[in-house]
Write a protein that binds this ligand. Structure first.
Ligand code: SAH
Length: 255
């Protein structure tokens, strides 16, 4: 199969584990301490990989996917903390733009601007955003069947929503009301906070590669952000990720 593969990048192994069984004709390559799983899903060439946590791990992974695997499109999946009011646990966020909230070379450069690029915001690919949002909405519409009413209730999830907009990233697990309030003040448009997306965005901008970031909200980035984190990934987020990627690739036209 000679199509440029679609890369699906997971931050945590629970998410990758949910995706791997869907892979047809699998083979794997190890590089830079990562295992890249190549194969097909619904007839599309794909490469699945675990990036690890944080901006550097995500940037290394993205650069390898583009340069070594000639990936034509990268989709980063995972969980995130909800920041803006109304972005609740169990909701799904598709990033339209990404920004590094811990980038600060002021007063040499404006706060959040990536030095020498002249930009703080990096755009996701509009077509990927639309297609993934469609898939995500279809999955949210059948949340009861996918996750189970009991589990949704256990996590307090009721009528989960899809959001599109700004996602911010930094090398910090935001887990206090003080930290999340500060981010809300500085970046009032930010829907959610995580630790990898904006790094992938910067690498993809350098290479001219298409990318998208899709996240299930696991916490509200407050003092209880760590509670049930692992359980949520296993019971909810990894099931959504698998269902969304499966639906997206099923409906994606073949090149
Ligand atoms: N304690 C966890 C560590 C997860 S780090 C563990 O044992 O695995 C958090 C991961 O989820 C990162 O990949 C990040 O992108 C995302 N994330 C979820 N909520 C977050 C928050 N409140 N702040 C920052 N990143 C968050």
């Amino acid at each position: 199969m000679s199509q440029a593969p679609i890369a699906i990048v997971s931050a945590m192994h629970e998410e990758l584990r949910a995706l791997l069984p869907a892979l047809r004709n699998p083979s794997s390559v190890c590089l830079a301490g990562r295992t890249f799983h190549q194969g097909e899903i619904h007839g599309h060439a794909v490469v699945l990989v675990l990036s690890g946590l944080g901006k550097v791990a995500a940037a290394t992974t993205a650069a390898l996917l583009i340069h070594e695997f000639e990936s034509g499109a990268l989709v980063f999946t995972g969980v995130a903390g909800g920041l803006r009011r109304g972005v609740k646990v169990g909701d799904v966020v598709v990033a339209r733009q990404l920004l590094q909230h811990d980038m600060d070379a002021s007063p040499l450069f404006p706060r959040f601007e990536v030095p020498l690029t002249g930009r703080s915001h990096f755009d996701a690919d509009a077509a990927l955003v639309e297609a993934l949002s469609g898939a995500a909405q279809r999955c949210l519409d059948r949340a009861d069947a996918l996750i189970g009413a009991d589990r949704l209730l256990a996590f307090g999830i009721d009528s989960a929503l899809l959001h599109q907009g700004l996602v911010v990233s930094g090398d910090r697990f935001v887990s206090s009301e003080v930290q999340s309030a500060e981010l809300r003040t500085l970046l009032p448009d930010a829907l959610a906070v995580e630790m990898e997306g904006a790094a992938v965005a910067q690498v993809c901008a350098d290479f001219g590669a298409r990318f998208a970031v899709i996240r299930t909200i696991s916490d509200r980035a407050d003092d209880s952000a760590h509670v049930d984190f692992k359980r949520f990934i296993v019971d909810v987020a990894s099931i959504y990720t698998h269902a969304i990627i499966d639906d997206w690739l099923l409906h994606r036209p073949h090149p």
